[in-house]
Write a protein that binds this ligand. Structure first.
Ligand code: AMP
Length: 216
């Protein structure tokens, strides 16, 4: 399965993408996570990306297209993958199609998690992240078992710099301007599946599995 997770920041792409990847035995590849790893490691790409990320802008297409080309060439992505947060622009979508077509592949499904803007703002304001494994939590809806520490590795959770309210508003605008329309790119092939993301994680997971036919 070659699946794209789509939807605005805070819609639940990471939470559900991670779980789906584990269930299907294919890598969950989140470009935001790949970039944060580069930033943390202080690589040239990380240094270049950080200024864009901190203000909520997109990292330039050429950087992203090359990053995905390299990641999808790794052996674990051969049988399938879940892409989360990519493609975010028309240029990225076109480049991805070309890359896959060269190998005789194509995207099988685009899963769009739909959550209204008011709920997104509320979700992102309560979001915390593990800086080590990048798992996301919500302090009210999906809190860690132990106060402010990651369930998986015990690391103290942090607030992402780009989850500050002003940056969140800007990120939502960038999403509306540049990414919401990218879904239409895939509509022509009837592979777009829309899921109402306004429910508990458990309920949304059930809806996703039904939509993708994984519940049988
Ligand atoms: P995310 O974790 O998906 O919310 O991504 C965090 C930030 O990383 C975004 O606000 C962008 O600055 C950058 N980013 C992630 N994916 C992409 C992409 N496909 N194209 C451009 N920038 C991206």
């Amino acid at each position: 399965m070659r699946l794209l997770m789509a939807g605005s920041p805070g819609a639940g792409k990471g939470t559900h993408g991670r779980r789906l990847g584990a269930d299907l035995g294919i890598p969950h590849i989140a470009t935001g996570e790949l970039l944060r790893e580069q930033v943390a490691a202080g690589t040239p790409i990380g240094r270049k990306a950080q200024e864009y990320m901190d203000r909520g802008d997109y990292v330039p297409d050429d950087v992203m297209i090359e990053m995905i080309r390299l990641r999808l060439a790794e052996p674990d992505a051969e049988k399938g993958f879940i892409l989360d947060g990519y493609p975010r622009t028309d240029a990225q979508a076109t480049a991805l199609d070309k890359l896959l077509a060269n190998e005789g592949h194509a995207i099988d499904a685009v899963l769009v998690l739909e959550v209204p803007v008011e709920e997104i703002v509320q979700r992102l304001s309560g979001r915390r992240m593990c800086p080590k494994c990048q798992r996301a939590y919500h302090m009210a809806d999906d809190p860690p078992k132990d106060d402010e520490c990651c369930d998986d590795d015990g690391t103290t959770l942090i607030i992402r710099r780009d989850d500050e309210p002003d940056t969140v508003r800007y990120r939502l605008k960038v999403y509306a301007d540049r990414t919401a329309g990218v879904i239409e790119h895939y509509d022509v092939d009837s592979i777009v599946r829309r899921v109402d993301g306004r429910a508990s994680i458990h309920e949304v997971a059930k809806r996703i599995d039904e939509t993708l036919g994984l519940d049988k």
